[in-house]
Structure formats: structure tokens, C-alpha cells
Write a protein that binds this ligand. Sequence first.
Ligand code: GLU
Length: 508
Amino acid sequence: MIKKVRVRFAPSPTGGLHLGGVRTVLYNYLFAKKNQGDFIVRIEDTDQTRFVEGAEKYIFDCLKWCGLEPDESPIHGGPCGPYRQSERKSIYLQYAHQLIEQGNAYYAFDTPEELEKMRSDFKTTENPSPQYDAKVRMKMKNSLTLPAEKVKELIASGTRYVIRIKMPEYETIRFHDLIHHEVSFDSSLVDDKVLLKADGMPTYHLAVVVDDYLMGITHAFRGEEWLSSAPVHILLWKYLFGLGNMPQWAHLPLILGPNGKLSKRDGAKYGFPVYAMNWTDPRTNEFTEGFKEKGFLPEAFINLLAMLGWNGGTEQEIFTMEELIDHFSIERVHKSGAKFDFDKAKWFNQEWIRKIPVKEYAFFIKSLFNEKNIPVQDEAFFIQVLELVKDRCMLLTDFVEQAQYFFTAPDKLDKDAVLPKWDASKKEFFELYCQTLESLKVWDVSSIETLFKNLAAEKNIKPGELQLPLRIMLVGAKFGPAVFVIAQMIGKEATVDRIKKGLNIFSQ
Ligand code: GLU
């Protein structure tokens, strides 16, 4: 029987959600949906020292914004819960004990001071940071070196201990990765990782394997930074559940910034977002900008992440989620790191701004207007304006500058664009234009424009020379759609007012 595809995203709630994390979610999600499988989110919070208030909720908010809703999670429920590892503490102990009974793990009673001493005693120039491994373990205080009676006694008397995996010496650990193909490790280079901590909590290594098994995970896709942990996980699978039950692995390539792995520091330095949504670390108050608040559409964010390390084998770059589900295959994910390019990211967003009806994202722009106290009364008019300027926007936040003068007079005019060529004849033209506009009966683009052109001809001034001052009066700067369309849309009163104000400013 073919097992139902079940994939998981297993974040530790320790901070903001990096775009690499969202891409991991996305590839898992696409694979699950393509194969009519389940996408599970499991919270890996066994390291209580790294727990950060609010981080879990933030992760789910990000997934919601991205449209990557899990089928099972601590919030969505499901048959394999609890989905928070801290709530599964009692489950892991038996597996740690099983490993000890099998001779694949052992109790270690070394104190922090003894570990420190080991690190300095075994330090050599070739081995500057010695690990707790096959070369060292027989010289330490553990159940491999102490008599069984002593071990029992120490445990019974409440001595603090951890359980460590006993890494085999000189064994080649091999596994197949869907992206990297055949991968192998020399077991002697891996230390005897702690599996169960002194507080009774499992470490990530034990918990991830036990939970992937108990949750029926068939495919484990995660960032390449976990590749070095894979040998420990492969051995745990072998010792506990059998390699035949192990999920298929795929270690996703790193996302690269201007200087190696993309970090949140790169974002701050180069002015681009690195997290899905804004995040303020409650411990340090450090703020990291998010794609959402920067003005990205979730559709664009998903699209650009999909293309960071994968391609569909054709020239097509714009994909909807449905198309991605249709086209995605894990074998087409690249092996080498994918370079993040913010200009390209903005290009994706611009394409999506054009593609989606403005009605669908108008609420976001309206909230930006509200924040700036720019009044928006007429919803239909608002949509009309957004429609008119959308081709000029790469980010949703660009709409503020591109659209605000339709709702409020510019507070500053670009005088430098006008004054060098401003003279008495232009002043006179605008005084007259203003007067005639006031008595214009039909306020439409062609009447406003015809009047302008006729008057310019009468005054013997090229209309092209007058359009720039008019634009600066209405918009404040040298951008925007056709100037007569702007005048028509803001209405007679605002047009006349702004021309009068402009005349004052330019004629001082
Ligand atoms: N808890 C790990 C993390 O924070 C999960 C890694 C994995 O998927 O195995 O990313």
C-alpha cells in the first residue's frame, strides 16, 4: 500500500520567520498538495532557554498571510497531536531508554566543569575544539565507564545526567537525498550528541526523529543547514524504527544575500525585508522588517520564493499557487544556493499588482492612508484612483505617494522644476485659465484640455511648456498620469484652488 504523503514544517519559536523558512514551508506545502497529502506544522520548543513569547502566534500569522494553511498543527488540531513538543515530553523518555538498552546510547553524568576540563585537556593544534566523542567518551563519567551499580546509585540519588547517542566509530553513514542524491558521512567526525537533557526534555535530534515517526511523516524537507545533523537522525531512525520507515529527505539550498547566507543584518544594511512580516524581538526590542509591511502581495511573495531555488523548466516566471502546485517537483530544486535579488523581488510584486484586481488589495492601501490621516470617503473613487496609478507602483506602499494627491492637496511643490522657466506670460496664462475653468459648465477631460490648448494658442505659448507647471500645481511633483485626467478626477474646486495656490508660490 502506498502511504499517504505527509510533510511537516517544524519551526522552533525563537524569533521572526526568515524568507528561507517560508520557502521551506512553501516547498513542503506544494509537494503535499500536489500529492493529495497533508501538511503538518509542529512546534519544536524543547529548548526552553530559547523560547520567545509571541513567536508561535507570529509564525501562524505569517502562514495565514501567505495562504499556507496547515492541515494539522497545534492550532488546527489533528489526529497526531499534541503538535507542540513541549507537550509531548513524556513520549520521548521511552525511546531514550530503548536506545540505552540496545547499547546505542548511554547516561552521562559529567558536570559543566568536567566538560570544560575535557575541552581544555584534549585541546591540540589539530583539534582546537574537542568534542564528546569516541576518542573522549571512555575517559568521562558515564554509564560506559562507571560500574552498573554506581550508575544506578547516581540516578537513584538524583544526580543530574543527560543521555547521549553512542556514535559508531569509522562507519560510513549513507542516505539518499532528493536534491543532493547520494550523501555520506564519516561517523567518527560526529560527536555523541545529547538526546535527552538534564531537565528531562529531549533535544531536537531525538524529538525530530520520534515525532516524524509518530506523525507518519513520509517526506522531510528542510534547510541545508540541517544536513550536518542528518547522520545522527539517520542512525536514530536505524536504531529505533528501521530505515525502511524513514521519510525521504530533501535539504533545500541556502538563500544567499550579498555576502553569503542571507541574514537579517543584510536586510537592515541594504534596506530590504528578510522576514515574512514585521517582527520585534520582545527581549531586545530589535525590529526586523517584513515583506508584508514593506508592501508585498502574498501572491508575489509566494511566487518569488518559489523561484528562489526552483524552476519549472520553462521560461514562465509568474505562477499562481494553483500553477505552482501543478508544476512543482522537488527534483527540480537546485543544489546550489539561490541568490536573493531585491530588484527582482520587486519586479514580481509589480507583475502581481497589475495582475490582481485592485479591489483585492485596496484595504491594505487604505490602512496606509488612514495611518497618514489622508481622508478616503468615496470607495468607488478610491478604487478608480488606484486603478489609474497601479502601473507606477512596485510596492503597495508606493500607492501612498502615487495616489495621495487625489485626496489631499500637495503640501510642497517642486518649485525648482518650474521657476527657471517661469515668467509673466505664464503667470498671466494660469490666471486666465483659472478664471475660465471656474465658469466651465461640463467638467470632463476633453473640455479641461481643449480650454487649456485654446488659451495657450491665443497666448502664443507652447502647451507643452505649460503642462509641467500645471502638473506641479496639482501633484506637487513631476509624476502621475495625464494631467487633465488628474484635474478631472480631483474636481473643479480642487483644481482651481491648487492653481491659485501654485500661482502664489511661483510668483513670490
Ligand atoms: N526545529 C528545526 C528548525 O527550527 C527543524 C529542522 C527540521 O526540519 O528537521 O528549523
